[in-house]
Design a protein around this ligand. Structure first.
Ligand code: AVJ
Ligand code: FE
Length: 440
């Protein structure tokens, strides 16, 4: 693809800012009443009205103050929307902007951003604005919060909000591939140095030599996960790490979040409606401890982050890593991304999204837990701020890869890294397994 010229890139940015805003409003003020927007459905989540104003405040900080040199619009509210000043649990007790004011504030910010855009140079030595980086950061940020807002919707009880589009998941369904594929040992390029909108934690590109391993061609399904449950997986400490068993016994959990047993079958609540658990869909809303225990029960293990990325991106024929499993260019219909469905797709879907190794559904459907802790790559430099990723490096966070059905295509690529605590399950998380060669 030839690089876009600056005017075309700015047009694309303006369109994408608009699209992310439509999405945010479609999850908040367009679909819920004031009470529902200010309510907190779980201490794990912010009131939706916090997310809404926060995305606008972040946009003001980065696109008006940092990129365009503007003065603060409402310095008195900055602290309210600083994620580090106030943990999620305490956000409902803050004097937040009410929904109408929040919406007015973020649309004023947006109008000023679009006014300033033509005069912010992209062809510059300043890495913040070069190639439009900071605009890409803000577009991705809003989409990430939209996904977080969907997790809040999933936790809501009472009448469901009308979220469109209607669920439609079956695309390009083909024969199921074999259960796993061998990834030959050898070096591959992990991370990126030339992806313009990549985050600091994806950089720089570096060579990792990965010994041969097998990896599942599809995420673990509800049917497979139910076999683990039926086999007493939740009651057998052999499958769990010590910390995992502690979580299991203290929490009392014996099934993925939102599941419930009734009349001899498993049901799950999905955006306010209850339905039988669909056997072919990837298991969703499991924590790292559950994923890790399942893998051990199955005689396998979780893939490392490097194993996940090599299976998703490396093209052994040309010895290069791809941006997406299927190639360099995003194409609709190759992955279940972008909230087009409100659920993951069944086994056999999206054959056209397979990687060079034939591994499927690496992007979209469910975030996939890896065995890896979140760390910076060799040569990591925090940019443009430590609080995006550097402050989270360490053993307490596990890396997730690949995005979910709720992730926007602009906020995912083969090198993208997400992270969370190993106990978290309100996110759209699942997993696939890997194993060493010669283990069966
Ligand atoms: C990358 C998803 C872990 O939601 O906490 C949002 C993204 N950073 N606002 C998060 C983020 C700042 C972040 N994750
Ligand atoms: Fe944020």
């Amino acid at each position: 693809e030839p690089p876009l010229d600056e005017d075309a890139l700015k047009e694309l940015i303006a369109d994408e800012l608009g699209a992310s805003r439509d999405r945010s409003l479609g999850l908040t003020t367009d679909v819920l009443a004031e009470d529902d927007l200010v309510a907190q459905v779980s201490p794990l989540m912010s009131p939706l009205v916090w997310d809404l104003a926060h995305v606008g405040n972040y946009e003001e900080l980065w696109l008006l103050r940092a990129a365009a040199g503007a003065d603060p619009m409402r310095p008195e509210i900055d602290g309210l929307y600083d994620a580090f000043e106030h943990p999620r649990a305490e956000r409902p007790s803050l004097p937040l902007l009410p929904p109408g004011e929040a919406r007015a504030y973020i649309s004023t910010v947006r109008a000023k951003v679009l006014d300033a855009l033509p005069s912010v140079p992209f062809d510059t030595a300043d890495p913040l604005t070069r190639g439009g980086f900071v605009y890409g950061m803000v577009v991705q940020h809003e989409h990430m919060h939209d996904e977080t807002m969907l997790a809040t919707h999933q936790l809501r009880t009472g009448a469901p909000a009308l979220l469109d589009p209607p669920a439609e998941t079956v695309q390009a369904r083909g024969a199921r591939p074999g259960d796993e594929v061998l990834i030959e040992g050898g070096p591959f390029q992990m991370g990126t140095s030339d992806e313009p909108w990549a985050y600091d934690n994806e950089r720089p590109v570096h060579i990792v030599d990965v010994p041969s391993y097998y990896i599942d061609t599809e995420p673990v399904s509800n049917a497979a996960y139910t076999r683990f449950m039926d086999d007493g997986g939740y009651d057998d400490p052999r499958w769990w790490t010590q910390a995992g068993w502690e979580w299991r016994t203290k929490s009392g959990k014996r099934a993925p979040a939102f599941w419930r047993r009734e009349g001899g079958q498993w049901l799950r609540r999905r955006f306010g409606r209850t339905e039988p658990v669909p056997p072919g869909e990837p298991v969703q809303h499991v924590c790292w401890y559950e994923a890790d225990a399942y893998a051990r029960w199955a005689g396998k293990r979780l893939p490392t982050e490097a194993e996940w990325e090599k299976a998703a991106r490396w093209d052994p024929a040309v010895q290069r890593s791809r941006k997406y499993p299927w190639g360099e260019v995003y194409e609709e219909g190759r992955a279940n991304l972008g909230q087009r469905a409100l659920r993951p797709s069944p086994e056999g879907s999206y054959a056209s999204g397979a990687s060079a190794y034939g591994v499927r559904r690496m992007l979209g459907d469910v975030w996939e837990w890896t065995s890896s802790d979140f760390h910076g790559y060799p040569g990591f430099r925090s940019f443009p701020y430590k609080e995006y990723s550097e402050v989270f490096f360490g053993p307490e966070y596990k890396v997730l890869r690949g995005g979910s059905w709720a992730t926007h295509p602009l906020a995912i690529r083969g090198s993208f890294r997400n992270w969370d605590y190993p106990i978290r399950r309100q996110i759209f998380s699942g997993f696939r397994c890997a194993r060493d060669v010669g283990t069966r």
